[in-house]
Write a protein of this length. Sequence first.
Length: 481
Amino acid sequence: MPRRAERERKRHRRPLRLTGLRMRLLAAFAAVALLTSAAVTGVSYVLTRQSLMTRVNESSVQQFESTVNQYKQELDSADDTSTALADVAFNMQLAGRNGWVLYRDPTASATTTDSPPYEAVPAALRSQARKGVVAWQRSKVNGQPYLIVGSSLRHKGIEIYDFVSLQPQQEDLKRLAQNSAIASGVAIAISLALGLLASRGVLLPLRRLGIAARRLGAGKLDTRVEVRGNDEVADVSRTFNETADALERSIAELRSLEAASRRFVADVSHELRTPLTAMTAVTDMLEEATDVGDESAPAAQLIVAETRRLARLVEDLMEVSRFDAGTAELRREQADLVALVRGCLAARGWTGRVALNVPETLPVLVDQRRIDVIVANMVGNAVKHGGAGRVELAIGVLGPNLILQVRDHGPGIPSEALEHIFERFYKADKARGRSEGSGLGLSIAYENAHIHGGELSGGNHPDGGAVFTLRLPLQAPGENT
């Protein structure tokens, strides 16, 4: 059983579709993971950057104030301001490990490095620093990020600015962004793996349901699915099993009723056959009688016609019951199909009505009685419903099959009746409550073609009229060449 189930799954496995449920689940998992990762990464980056910049700002400002206060007295008492500024700048650079710039406004400026120039200090920051307060501003100098902290000794006209490089922090933030991107990729990969597992848990029961539904549709009414768990899929599985149980019971009841109706038809046909035999003999005598008066003659002819019609109906019903019971016998004999067709037409008086397009002879191995029934029903249907136009019958060979085709030039078969023409008791003209036929002729002809290993089909000719085609294998099944 496991191997059989595996074969069924492989046979019904379908390629991955971009619009399938699995892809939609994976896309949903990936989207959720991406949005979550983006939100967490974005918030983390902003908070980390803010915290890092705040810490750098606070430590740099504290370091600046401490250093300025430390050397303030020295600057206030210095006679040579320029020399003192240079000494203080060098000491302040060592203390803060930064690029320090000291300016004496407006006459001269000094710096511990070759750059940056005084103009690198933003004007707004210079304006604040000249007021004697400690001010700071982040700015780019020569393409590099800096935190510039400045203040002044107002009575001496000296401005002091500390350039703190933010490049290390920038590198840290860059590494944080890269690591966050890697973490997001890992999270998306994990979410896709979880999505695959989740989709498998959802789609596998659905796939089993699909396989079971196809098996049920193919007529395997004992098909059931295993119910696992108590989720929505399990509810669907239980509903499927309940539906399959109800369907199996209904089909069993229908089959029982059909078998009963077939037995009834067979029994009634057999029961009617004996009295009909006697009635047929009496009607034959009545038909041959010469002493029937003129007034009774029409009634006698009606009795004869209706008795024969009833006898044909009983014979047809018995033939149908043999097909249903599987007891219909095929007695093949070597025969000339062309001679069979000519004899069928002659026996029914259709020779002058049917135009033949047939070879001289065509030897076949068939049941002659059943072929006669097929041809009689095909031609009889054309004669009856084809109007006054001619009926054409052609015989030929196409590959391994012989083809017998009958065409009329009447109104053709209504489109809504095409798929029902071989059903029992079906009549295309519903207004005709009663006709000469029993409604079983084409159905019996179809079964006779099938028992020969062939097929009988019907349709409309492109140039008008109905056309019926009989295909029979030239070589009977099991026959050696």
